[in-house]
Unconditional design. Structure first.
Length: 87
């Protein structure tokens, strides 16, 4: 194995151990949320000017499913709705 490959393997192993060690804390803090809600919030952060269409494409869901999901997140106070002034 090359030195670069070994370094990447060691880094991945280290990350996996960190995730395992923090698993209980993460499970406790996220127990009220479904995986789809967590993924949606992650993509909202990553996507510039996130909207229903962009989220649906990124999460491989229908626009209707994204609308329903984002409405739940808005009701929980986790995200806010916005509209660009030009729309």
């Amino acid at each position: 194995m090359e030195k670069k490959e070994q370094l990447l393997t060691n880094f991945r192993d280290c990350c996996n151990k960190m995730v395992w060690l923090n698993r209980l804390k993460m499970e406790e803090s996220l127990k009220e949320y479904k995986p789809s809600e967590v993924h949606c919030i992650e993509f909202i952060e990553k996507i510039e000017d996130a909207n229903v269409t962009k989220l649906a494409e990124s999460l491989y869901m229908t626009r209707g499913a994204i609308s329903k999901l984002t409405k739940k997140l808005i009701n929980k106070g986790l995200i806010e709705s916005y509209q660009k002034p030009v729309n």
